[in-house]
Design a protein around this ligand. Structure first.
Ligand SMILES: Nc1ncnc2c1ncn2[C@@H]1O[C@H](COP(=O)(O)OP(=O)(O)OP(=O)(O)O)[C@@H](O)[C@H]1O
Ligand SMILES: [Mg+2]
Length: 254
């Protein structure tokens, strides 16, 4: 059974149809890249998977491990192993990052029937992961994402992901705003999480990220549906030729 199966997904935002008939199948162990022009619906896909209010699926299914996700609450989705790193991570003033991470991690462990981490256990795990991502401890005492630079926010997303150990990771433009060194650190963080039991969907505009996180499959999203699927060489082709061809194909199909 595929880890993720999206069938004929239609999504409307504020009465406007953004996704129209999107199909996507991702197996365990695979990394899929989704590329596509601005406004084609990539973040909408990530938001509807996360259960963000206002993103209404009017038709179709999203199955995680064969179970419908669309009818469940965001926290249940997370407990089932879905993780999303957002294009624009949210700031939560007044909640220290470290407290947020421990609370999120233990809430999920509890829902999954695993024992909660004690403070020392959590500290140990956090030190390991934060160290590898070169995240400053001082930053973790600040409010979640408050005053973080763009790159620090992205690293913090990967830190969360590493601690939560999800089955399916969806990364929405995790590379945007990263300097060259940070891109490497973040990519290595993502690559460390690659495993036969886990899958990733990486949304990006740039081949550059995909030379670090090498995908098994590349999809082109245009006007709310996947219009082409290929191997990692497709990303190189897109970089050379752009999207003009796909915009036309999607227009003809709709
Ligand atoms: N909350 C919203 N209200 C109104 N329109 C929206 C909303 N969210 C998304 N849209 C519209 O849906 C379309 C798809 O947006 P989306 O953010 O999914 O694109 P994207 O592929 O992620 O683009 P980018 O590459 O620029 O990140 C856009 O035309 C956008 O204006
Ligand atoms: Mg987007």
């Amino acid at each position: 059974m595929p880890l993720l199966e999206i069938k004929n997904l239609h999504v409307s935002v504020e009465g406007r149809q953004i996704l129209n008939g999107l199909d996507l199948t991702v197996n365990k162990g695979e990394v899929h890249a989704i590329m596509g022009p601005n406004g084609s619906g990539k973040s909408t896909l990530a938001h509807v998977m996360a259960g963000k209010p206002g993103y209404e699926a009017t038709q179709g299914q999203i199955l995680l491990d064969g179970e419908e996700v669309l009818t469940t609450q965001p926290d249940e989705r997370a407990a089932k192993g879905l993780f999303l790193a957002f294009q624009y991570p949210m700031e939560i003033p007044g909640v220290a990052t470290i407290t947020f991470l421990r609370t999120a991690m233990n809430a999920q462990r509890k829902k999954r029937g695993q024992p909660e981490f004690t403070v020392p256990e959590f500290q140990k795990r956090l030190n390991e992961v934060a160290g590898k991502l070169e995240i400053d401890r001082e930053m973790l005492r600040r409010g979640v994402n408050v005053g973080f630079s763009g790159g620090e926010k992205k690293r913090n997303e990967i830190l969360q992901m590493a601690l939560l150990e999800p089955k399916l990771c969806v990364l929405d433009e995790t590379d945007s705003g990263l300097d060259i060194d940070a891109l490497k650190i973040v990519s290595e963080g993502v690559n460390r999480l690659r495993s036969p039991e886990r899958a990733m969907v990486v949304i990006t505009h740039y081949q550059r990220l995909l030379s670090h996180i090498v995908p098994d499959v590349v999809h082109v999203l245009s006007r709310g549906r996947i219009v082409r699927t290929g191997g990692k060489e497709l990303a190189l082709e897109l970089e050379a030729k752009g999207y003009a061809q796909y915009q036309d194909e999607a227009a003809l199909a709709s």
